[in-house]
Design a protein. Structure first.
Lengths: 314, 314, 314
């Protein structure tokens, strides 16, 4: 998430009650999770396993629960609970400020775009030209829609990520990681009815140009979908997954989080994808195998009774 | 379902044209299905198999298609078709009376709760404090939402149960059992976008405190969900199921009706749950097995070709 | 799709820049895909494999990419790209003309029908008598709803078909086949919350009388559902499928396109139906087998380890 303006790192240290060391005169431009950080960003880390990765990432300022070495020009913000610090920063610089108008005054809609009745367009939503937004669509704050995009009725763009931290030693069981990211829909995308596309936690959920999505499809937070993909009805994709260009997922396919489906892969209906898939191949089953292997497997299962008879004849 | 006021049992007998025997001077406080009856309730039964259970249940007044013995203080209302009598009573004392305002005048909303544009709040809906109800949410009559609850866009709370009786000897094939129950959402629950939570047929569908539900999830009528459960996207739970505390259901899991999933059980994505599951265990597959058994099964399937070769070498 | 008035075939030839041969003085009454054409219709064909079928179908006028023989009284409209001609005709005679009123002035609603708040009824929508349309329902242009129909909240009737032609040699990857068909819902149908029912591409998606549909169900374009069917929650049916009367599909069943499920067939939860099913039988599995065969298969799988031991003892 990019701040609306550059924020002095000292101001942030005060907000989260952090010990600030290093480049104390710097300004932060945003806050992001480690997998999407950029130069000028804050990042946060509370597990020693990820210290090195965060300190040497593109992020300039590291919210961390222990002092340690770090490259020149960067800064550490040392606090007991980096996750709580993240929540404070998001609440301060991207507070929940719901539009109470069905179309926010800060939403913009391009030339020749039709927004039909009963839609909600949140704050800072941008829609390009030549789009059709059918009735009863919800597009939440900061989401961006390209040109020549169709979104059918009942679809929700920019719902919050399903992302919770378990707090076993607290009165609260699951603590929500507040979403401050967005959704970006590129040109010529078409999205069916009653779909849900979650926004990134801090970054972007993206649907690449020319991709076509059927009804009742779920796209999790921070998922990056390539160009010219086809997702049939009731497909579900968990969070932070990468779907490369021209992937085809048939009906009711489920895809696990943080994996990659390679360019042009095809996954048959009802398959479950637990791990990354290679480009250009065809898959089937739950868990998904290469389709020809799955077909062999089905034939082998069918021969078990034959095997049984054979060994009992001997 | 609780009546708005105590109703003389004689009035009900007249309404449904019943022969009234027993405690004819009593008052009924509500009508319920056998699994949720309380003292003061009417219950109805048309199959001899269930006569005993109904007559000796907590219900005080039994609508039945045959005279029989019953405990002192209770009453029988004898009619040819108890199911039709049920429908008449519901239509009389809880008639369909749709609010034609997007927010009914009888709906109440607590302090600091935000109800965003294009929502529908039906008659007698109660929402607690510090909640966020995102745009395009529908909450039907009599549903109750606790404090600090989040409901994302497009979700429907309190849709009618999918509950029909087959009438093979009639011009009508399926006759609907009219819903008169509600949904209760406890504190700190979060529900994703485009979910559907059916109300109880006569009783309550309940989501326990702290439970978090992702997008496009279906919860059937009269299902009781415990505290601090996690349901990932596209999970479907049929009617009258009991999900104990801290159960985790991953994406696209399907759960059959009238079963129990024990405390802390975990069910992997796309599994199908046909029968009750024990607490604390992990399950996978359709039909679901303990995950370690299912993993072994997958390994065994993989070895069928090896077996085939082995027996053909001999 | 039926035109609003009879259109001279010469006018259409001019519009699509076609060479017109045969009955040049005729009038077209509509345009349809080959599987739903009627006398007086235009049809289009661009693959020699389907020339004969189209020319000898009920269609009177054939848009084709090559001259060929044809029956007397018919006409050919010869163009390079029949698919592009189809799009031009649909855009000309059934242009996208969105109602910007939540209830179009051309929508009609029968006696005793209740349309609750936040619904959208498009142009030329017809709803019969004694229906309940719950809040936040969307019914798109030209859809027809019978009598005594219930549609629960969030459901979308008449979304566009998910139907694209791959254009590998173009700058555009997938080209949409514009929908101009409708949905017809017959009497006594009940549809749950957040369902999606796509309209026919040129013809009709039909839900037969007395059929009951649970929440979050997807019905693809041009699917014809018979009478008194039951579809449980999260069922998905792809396009142009025929479901005969009294079929029962349990939760999360997926059904492939252009197949037939015979009368009274029952398909257990989570099954996947890749090909036509016989009437009156019960099916289970993905891919679906007769349920008793599937049950045997599960037993055999369970015996593989036993087989393994047996052959290793010898």
């Amino acid at each position: 998430m990019r701040f609306d303006h550059k924020v002095p790192i000292k101001e942030i240290a005060t907000l989260i009650n952090a010990k600030l060391v290093g480049n104390t005169e710097a300004f932060a431009t945003g806050i992001n999770e480690i997998h999407v950080v950029e130069n000028g960003d804050l990042v946060f880390v509370d597990h020693p396993k990820y210290y090195e990765k965060c300190i040497h990432s593109a992020a300039s300022y590291i919210i961390i629960n222990k002092g340690t070495d770090f490259p020149e020009g960067k800064a550490l913000l040392i606090v007991d609970e980096p996750f709580e610090a993240y929540l404070k920063i998001v609440n301060q610089y991207r507070p929940f400020a719901p539009s109470m108008e069905a179309v926010s005054a800060t939403a913009s809609v391009g030339e020749n775009t039709v927004v039909m009745p009963n839609c909600f367009l949140g704050n800072h939503v941008k829609i390009g030209k030549d789009c059709i937004i059918y009735p009863n669509v919800t597009i939440m704050d900061y989401c961006q829609i390209g040109n020549n995009v169709v979104i059918q009725s009942g679809t929700v763009i920019g719902s919050d990520a399903f992302y919770y931290n378990k707090k076993t030693n607290r009165d609260i069981h699951y603590k929500k990681m507040t979403s401050c990211g967005t959704v970006v829909i590129d040109d010529n995308v078409e999205i069916g009815a009653n779909c849900t596309i979650d926004r990134g936690v801090t970054g972007v959920t993206r649907i690449g140009a020319g991709t076509k999505i059927d009804n009742l499809v779920q796209i999790g937070h921070d998922t990056i979908v390539g160009k010219n993909c086809l997702f049939a009805s009731q497909v579900g994709i968990a969070g932070a997954t990468k779907i490369e260009d021209e992937v085809i997922l048939w009906g009711q396919v489920g895809v696990n989080k943080t994996l990659t489906i390679g360019k042009g892969a095809v996954v048959y209906a009802q398959s479950g994808v637990p791990a990354s898939l290679e480009p250009g191949k065809t898959y089937f089953g739950s868990p998904a195998l290469e389709a020809k292997e799955k077909m062999k497997e089905l034939v082998w299962i069918n021969r078990i009774s034959e095997i049984w008879e054979k060994i009992n004849q001997k």
